[in-house]
Structure formats: structure tokens, C-alpha cells
Ligand binder design. Structure first.
Ligand code: GUN
Ligand code: ZN
Length: 458
């Protein structure tokens, strides 16, 4: 099957633009701004007054005022096959995996199950303003093929991997070191670098891989030094004890991954809640990213992420939903729960820090900050339009908002998918609140352009 990649769109969007420079302190705001997009890339951004006169009349202008325009949200840790186990009752990590998650993931041997989940997941991410994700599929390569194909049709930037797991899981889910290597290599050759897709080396976590399997994961990592890596680390105390039992000669949990060359810049480690001092030092030195998954950590009772300690140690950090240990697809809800986790530790996260994290910060953590995460010329035009007065309760709250910081903070604490007006992927509106997701065409072609964006004009 050949996949038809959509062209990037051309558009001009007017609204209240919020974006960032190198850090959360460098918030840039245009009260009446315009973003100009050409062929999927941001061409210009600035005040409407300055840009209006020079606009190319062939590029359609959509006026989103009074809404906010930001870079699309980035979700650097979620599980594609867990959309039907979200909110399953009453367990901690290891029991949750065996009771709910592994049986559910076994269904993904069926390509029709994979396609339905991929379609649902990507549409739901877009409805939540998320334009890029790092996703775990199942151990079945067809699950990754399905997700990559759906993302390519939408023109989305996506990192994904077939999960490697060859022990401590049902036979219907386990592969072998050889299969993990061959199937991951085949996915790399077919999808990595196709359009906006990246293939991640994805050993699920140390308890479900033999040393032999981690060795082949490491061999792929050294053969492809630019490939992302994703796995889980130090989420739950019983999990950590299990790793000690399985790898008695390892210095600690991270050391298992270090031994096989799996810790480096662009490697995403989900959770990192209970790290030892040595693990922190090594993670900082080797450039790996600790991914905070607040709704999951609260739901599974895993623990409280130490953002300030990890950042002070020099570790890259990111924030993610972890669907479906996590309980919301919304990065707004995720950040709000993140705020509460940090509050329990006596820390504060202001709105600029939170919105930076969801966009530019997550892009940096994924080593994608030269492509996405900010509204700046030359970057890819993945954008979200947000309505901070989306519900009666939000409208009432916003009557008292006395600054942009206050408005953004209340938007984060009260917002969810109802606050997402439109989501643009490479300059094309793929979600509009009034119309929902644009329909998928059976021929795999690109969805039709939104109203006012005549294909002939693109
Ligand atoms: N550790 C290994 N697999 C998983 C998973 O699917 N979800 C979470 N939260 N932790 C894991
Ligand atoms: Zn996870």
C-alpha cells in the first residue's frame, strides 16, 4: 500500500498569539497578531498592523479573534492500544498491566482493531489540540504500521514504535530478540523519515525484556544514532524491586538501559519518579529526558514527580498524558494535574512554564525544537486555536482575569477539549470545533481543505 502524503497548507491566521523563545521566561505575545503559513511552514509572525498590508491576497485569512493562537501541543508519551482501558478500576502498575493492559493489547494482532484505534486516537489528539506525539504501539508490527499510516495521511509529525517485549507477558504479546530486531528494522526502513514520521526503538520496560532483547535494542540504537528511544523508568516501587531481581548485577534501574546503550539525547524515559542520586547524575550526563505523566502517576498511585530536583540536576524534562494509565487526552488537563502534583511537593508551576512545557519544552525534550514547538519563521505550522471562555464557568472566571498570565493559568486549570477551537497540522485545519474532525477518505487521500481554503489556492 502506498501512502499519499498531503502537501502543506498555506494560510494566514489572525488572533491573540502566544509563543516562546528559548525558555518560559521568553513569552512573546501579539494582542492582535497574524501567523502567515506557506506550504506548511511558518513564513511570518507579528502584529496584524505590520503584516496586513503585505499579505498575499491568494492566501486565505481566517480571523480567530478573540481566541488565542499557540503552537500545537506535543504529547511525548502515550500508548496507542490503551484507548479502551483508560479508567480501569483499582490497581497499581504491575497488576494494572496484567489485569487490563496486556489482555487488551493482545487484541491488536488484528489489523482492523489497530486501524480503528489509530483513527480514533489521532482524531482525538487533534480535537485536544495535540499535533505531535510519541506513541507506544503493541508488539505486533501491524499496530505501528497502522498508526504511521494514519498519521501520514493527516500529515502529522509522529514518533512511534513497535513495543519490544519477550518475557513476563502473555504469549500472545511476546516477541523474541530476533523478531524485535527484524520487525523494528523493517518499520525503520519503511517509515522513518517518511513525511513527518520517526520510528522509535521501544523496549517496553526492563521487566518485559531479556538481556538478549535489550542487546538487540542497543544494536539498533548504535546503528541509528539519531533514532528516538522510548521506555519506562522508575515508575513504581514494586516495579523497581522486580528490576533488581531480574538484573541483579545492575547498579540500579537506569543502569540496565545504560548497559545496552539506550540512554542518550532524544531518549524518552516515562515517569522517573523514584530515581536514585546516581541515576539522576547519569541521566543528566547522558542527555536523556524524564517524562512527567501526572494523571497516570495519580491514577496508578505511582508517586510525585520531582520537577525542580530533576531540572536542577540538569535533566531534560517533558510532560505527557500517558494514555491509558493516564486519564485524559488533553494536555491542558494534564498540565493542570501536573500543577497539583507539584503543589503537593510545595512547588509552583506558573502558566508560562506550563504552556512552554506543553509546546517548546516538549519539542526540546524530543530533540525536535528545530521543527516544532514555537511560532517562528521556518518552523512547521502546527497550531492550536484556544478559547479561554469555552464554558459558562470559564466565561465567568475570565470576567475577573486581570492579566494574560491569569487568563492562561485559568485556561490551563479549567480547560479541556471544549477550549480547542481549531487545530492546524502543517497549515491545514484538521479539526474545527464546529465541524469536528474532517472525514477520512476511503482511498487514503487527504481530507478536503477547510472552507475558505480552496485547494487551488494552496
Ligand atoms: N510500564 C510498562 N508498560 C507500561 C504502560 O503501558 N503504562 C505505564 N504507565 N507504565 C508502564
Ligand atoms: Zn507509558
Amino acid at each position: 500500500m502506498t501512502i499519499k502524503l498531503p502537501d502543506g497548507g498555506s494560510a494566514a491566521l489572525r488572533g491573540r498569539i502566544v509563543t516562546f523563545g528559548a525558555d518560559a521566561g521568553a513569552l512573546q505575545y501579539h494582542e492582535d497578531g497574524i501567523v502567515v503559513v506557506r506550504d506548511g511552514l511558518i513564513d511570518a509572525v507579528g502584529d496584524a498592523q505590520a503584516l496586513m498590508a503585505g499579505l498575499d491576497p491568494r492566501i486565505p485569512l481566517t480571523d480567530h479573534r478573540p481566541h488565542l493562537i499557540m503552537a500545537g501541543f506535543i504529547d511525548p508519551h502515550l500508548h496507542m492500544p490503551q484507548t479502551q482501558v483508560i479508567g480501569s478500576y483499582g490497581t497499581e502498575l504491575l497488576e494494572w498491566l496484567t489485569r487490563y493492559t496486556f489482555p487488551e493489547e493482545s487484541r491488536y494482532a488484528d489489523p482492523a482493531v489497530c486501524d480503528a484505534a489509530s483513527h480514533f486516537l489521532l482524531d482525538t489528539l487533534l480535537a485536544n489540540g495535540t499535533t505531535c506525539a510519541a506513541a507506544y504501539c503493541t508488539s505486533h508490527p501491524q499496530s505501528a504500521e497502522s498508526l504511521f499510516s494514519e498519521a501520514a495521511r493527516r500529515g502529522m509529525r509522529l514518533t512511534a514504535g513497535k513495543v519490544m517485549m519477550d518475557r513476563n507477558a502473555p504469549a500472545s504479546l511476546t516477541d523474541t530478540p530476533e523478531r524485535a530486531y527484524d520487525e523494528t528494522l523493517a518499520l525503520i526502513q519503511r517509515f522513518h523519515g517518511l513525511g513527518r514520521l520517526s520510528c522509535a526503538i521501544t523496549p517496553r520496560f526492563a521487566p518485559t525484556s531479556t538481556p538478549q532483547q535489550l542487546e538487540v535494542a542497543g544494536a539498533l540504537a548504535s546503528a541509528y544514532p539519531d533514532l528516538p528511544i522510548q521506555t519506562h523508568l522508575s515508575e513504581n516501587l514494586a516495579e523497581i524491586a522486580f528490576v533488581k531481581e531480574l538484573f541483579p548485577s545492575a547498579r540500579d534501574y537506569l543502569d540496565v538501559y545504560e548497559t545496552y546503550g539506550l540512554v542518550r539525547r532524544g531518549a524518552l524515559f516515562g515517569h522517573c519518579i523514584h530515581l536514585e542520586p546516581r541515576e539522576r547524575d547519569a541521566l543528566a550526563q547522558l542527555g536523556g529526558t524524564a517524562v512527567f505523566c501526572p494523571t497516570s502517576n495519580l491514577f496508578l498511585g505511582s508517586g510525585l514527580f520531582d520537577r525542580s530536583g530533576l531540572q536542577a540536576a540538569g535533566i531534560h524534562t517533558a510532560i505527557a498524558t500517558d494514555i491509558g494509565g493516564g486519564t485524559s487526552y488533553s494536555m491542558l488537563v494534564t498540565a493542570a494535574e501536573g500543577y497539583k502534583v507539584l503543589a503537593l511537593r510545595g512547588e509552583r508551576m506558573n502558566a508560562a512554564e506550563a504552556f512552554f512545557w506543553m509546546t517548546a519544552g516538549n519539542a526540546q525534550a524530543m530533540a525536535l525544537d528545530d521543527r516544532i514547538g514555537r511560532i517562528a519563521p521556518g518552523l512547521e505550522a502546527d497550531l492550536v486555536v484556544l478559547d479561554s471562555r469555552a464554558t459558562p464557568a470559564m466565561r465567568r472566571r475570565m470576567e475577573r482575569a486581570d492579566s494574560l498570565a491569569d487568563e492562561l493559568f485559568a485556561l490551563m486549570m479549567m480547560g479541556d477539549d471544549r477550549a480547542v477551537v481549531s487545530t492546524y497540522v502543517a497549515g491545514r485545519a484538521l479539526y474545527m470545533r464546529e465541524r469536528g474532525a474532517l472525514p477520512r477518505r476511503q482511498d487514503g487521500g487527504v481530507p478536503p481543505p477547510p472552507p475558505g481554503q480552496d485547494a487551488a489556492q494552496q
